[in-house]
Design a protein around this ligand. Structure first.
Ligand code: AVJ
Ligand code: FE
Length: 463
């Protein structure tokens, strides 16, 4: 693959709905460039869907929520497909069992691509005659469709990583040259002032649906009072996680939540997911990556940890004196602090980070520590690094509705709201997230034991 293949195409960022639609659809298919036909079909565990299913499900989404609703005279590409490719929308009809998505050799990969292309074309015909100012309601659904497909681009990568990892051949999705890394230095604390601060998305009076876009779970904007706190200036590294491992972290219940301890025992966890101790694959610690098995670079952020491990690491950091007072940040703390980073160091006004766009597909060590001048004569403070686009950062906040939240009526209302139990919020995006997909208010959510996403740790503490 050429180096630029994963970059967010210009069209995704700044153009008309139809140009962005074409770019997002093409991007999903680009991600399949390294695959052989057999790779598209495997479902190695219930949470991991086959690539073929992601390709078809994102297509079903356009067909169901845009074409069938608004394109006059539209006929389904295949009337049997909604049953196969509806994920979880109970109000949209019966559906195939999630755990058995990998049983389906038909429709073939070729037929799924034909389905994609037919629906892409029908959507393009629809968009050619579509005026977003006359139907802002429909434009909003199209916008959800774009962001939905980007979410599945991320899931395609994490799911492929899992599928490849269970194969003793340890296939490479995309090779990455070895690199020298520098020690990011000890953690520094970035102090944040206490006070009442608005949290959540507020739609600007914008012309374009793109600028207005946010998922429903990011709103309503509401006020939160924050006690004085500090955020670690960078992510926890793999080397620091190694201290935890070597200090018996996975064998010492004093660091763990009861449910976390039970899960770790049942699953036999002794180190982060994808890590392999010396002697398994080589003489050193290695881990599985989208570039195959690699030595673990102690300077890079630890990833593929569950909420339980992130929480246990924080308690170890506190009790061992590695970082006294350490805990995870609340999502409000994370969001408030992230605002200082968001506006403006990159050309498109977002924050620096790998994202999927750099094509690393693996989190990068922190850049050299920086300092930012304090306002109003306050002393200079360490700058926050790695807030966006490396690993999703577990927060200590349960995924629950913001005050005043109400899910939309109808099937699309099932998108986020009905999952607001037994999950924790993650912030910041990862190396599998398109840069154009993320915002400071973006709330991702996964169960507390999930490890197959690019999930990592940022420490916080109360002052
Ligand atoms: C927000 C990543 C938890 O994986 O179900 C995809 C994204 N929502 N299709 C998920 C999503 C609808 C969602 N996560
Ligand atoms: Fe989906």
């Amino acid at each position: 693959m050429p180096a630029t293949l994963l970059e967010t195409p210009e069209a995704v960022v700044c153009s008309s709905l139809s140009a962005r639609f074409a770019a997002v659809r093409a991007q999903t298919e680009h991600l399949c460039d390294p695959l052989a036909t057999e790779d598209y079909v495997v479902q190695a565990m219930e949470d991991v869907s086959p690539t073929k299913w992601h390709l078809a499900h994102t297509t079903w989404f356009w067909e169901t929520f845009v074409l069938a609703e608004y394109a006059e005279g539209y006929e389904l590409h295949d009337a049997r497909y909604p049953f196969l490719f509806n994920s979880y929308y109970v109000q949209a009809g019966e559906r195939h069992c999630r755990a058995q998505r990998g049983y389906l050799s038909r429709p073939t990969v070729q037929e799924v691509f034909a389905y994609r292309h037919a629906v892409t074309e029908a959507m393009q015909d629809f968009l050619a005659g579509f005026d977003e100012r006359q139907r802002p309601d429909v434009a909003d659904v199209i916008e959800i469709g774009l962001h939905h497909e980007q979410q599945h681009q991320e899931l395609m990568l994490t799911d492929l990583k899992y599928v490849f990892s269970v194969n003793p051949l340890r296939p490479v999705y995309r090779s990455r040259p070895p690199e020298e890394s520098a020690d990011p230095g000890p953690l520094a604390w970035v102090e944040q002032a206490p006070g009442v601060t608005p949290i959540g998305f507020e739609a600007p009076e914008a012309e374009t649906t793109r600028e207005r876009f946010h998922f429903d779970n990011e709103a309503p904007r509401h006020r939160v009072y924050l006690e004085p706190f500090a955020l670690a200036d960078r992510l926890v590294t793999a080397g620091e996680m190694m201290y935890f491992v070597e200090d018996g972290g996975y064998a010492r219940p004093e660091f763990w939540l009861s449910e976390g301890w039970a899960t770790a025992q049942e699953e036999g966890w002794t180190c982060p997911f994808y890590w392999e101790p010396p002697g398994v694959n080589s003489g050193t610690w290695e881990h599985f990556t989208l570039a195959g098995m690699r030595p673990i670079d102690p300077h890079e952020p630890v990833t593929h940890v569950s909420f339980y491990e992130a929480d246990a690491f924080a308690r170890w950091a506190d009790l061992s004196g590695f970082a006294s007072g350490a805990r995870l940040a609340s999502e409000a703390e994370w969001e408030a602090a992230s605002r200082t980073v968001w506006n403006g160091t990159t050309a498109d006004g977002t924050a620096p980070g790998s994202y999927v766009d750099r094509g690393r597909l693996h989190p990068a060590p922190a850049p050299e520590a920086g300092w930012v001048a304090g306002g109003d004569g306050a002393p200079a403070a360490p700058a926050l690094r790695q807030m966006f686009g490396e690993v999703w950062q577990w927060t200590e906040s349960a995924y629950r509705p913001f005050p005043g939240y109400r899910a939309a009526p109808g099937a699309l209302g099932e998108y986020n709201g009905k999952f607001m139990s037994n999950k924790m919020v993650l912030r910041g995006g990862s190396v599998a997230t398109p840069q154009s997909h993320i915002r400071p208010t973006y709330r991702n959510f996964f169960p507390l034991d999930a490890t197959w996403q690019f999930t990592g740790i940022r420490l916080a503490k109360s002052l």
